[in-house]
Design a protein around this ligand. Structure first.
Ligand SMILES: [Zn+2]
Length: 221
């Protein structure tokens, strides 16, 4: 598979392998994936050559994997617009709910829910545009994930790129590998994960403040 040579090797499905595919590389990847999906359909006795419902499904699903389900693996992380923190605002900022649409690395089933982010800026640092937080969540969700690692990846990225005093990430999500198969749990059954960085990891009062704000935002949503 020549198109893969340029991409960096990654052992984990939720690690990036590239910083943007060229149109040719994207087309080659989709084409190669489509022919493997066609093989899978053959194995499962789905007659995609003659059945009008599944005729285009291998290429449709291949495109979906490359462009949507796993887009955050092949694309560069969102570029962050930084603004000077002119008023030296240093209090907790809480953002959410931000929709989470991801895919479970164990079963390839959807994970969907909401993320809440807490950022404790440093008075002499930078702040980033509000919509960038949605883009960051979308970027890391666009990989085969487990929720715990998704939560940490989002927080670590914000820490590394914007150097605030602290970051908190809380995700509440439904895992369709649990509701649609396996134990067939209720669609109301959720999993909550949190990750704390910097001051937010060390200061219980700040953590409480974050959780209170999350509860308020979840209620008004
Ligand atoms: Zn799963």
């Amino acid at each position: 598979m020549t198109i893969l040579h340029r991409l960096r090797p990654a052992r984990r499905a939720n690690e990036a392998v590239g910083e943007g595919l060229s149109p040719g590389e994207r087309a080659a990847m989709i084409g190669a994936a489509a022919s493997k999906l066609a093989e899978l359909f053959d194995v499962l006795h789905v007659d995609h050559r003659n059945d009008h419902n599944t005729r285009e499904t291998p290429s449709r699903v291949a495109r979906m994997f490359v462009d949507e389900i796993m887009h955050g693996r092949f694309a560069a992380p969102p570029a962050l617009t930084e603004f000077d923190n002119v008023e030296a605002f240093d209090q907790l900022i809480v953002i959410g709910p931000i929709d989470v649409r991801s895919t479970c690395a164990h079963h390839l089933m959807p994970i969907y829910g909401e993320a809440f982010l807490g950022v404790l800026p440093s008075a002499d640092g930078k702040v980033i545009g509000l919509s960038k937080y949605d883009r960051i969540v979308d970027h890391f969700s666009g990989r085969l994930q487990i929720q715990e690692e998704l939560t940490k990846q989002i927080g670590q990225f914000i820490m590394d790129k914007t150097e605030p005093r602290g970051v908190a990430v809380r995700i509440s999500a439904v895992h369709m590998c649990k509701t649609h198969r396996g134990v067939r749990a209720s669609h109301r059954s959720r999993m909550i994960t949190s990750a704390y960085f910097g001051t937010l990891a060390e200061d219980p009062a700040r953590k409480d403040e974050f959780l209170r704000e999350c509860a308020g935002l979840a209620q008004t949503a």
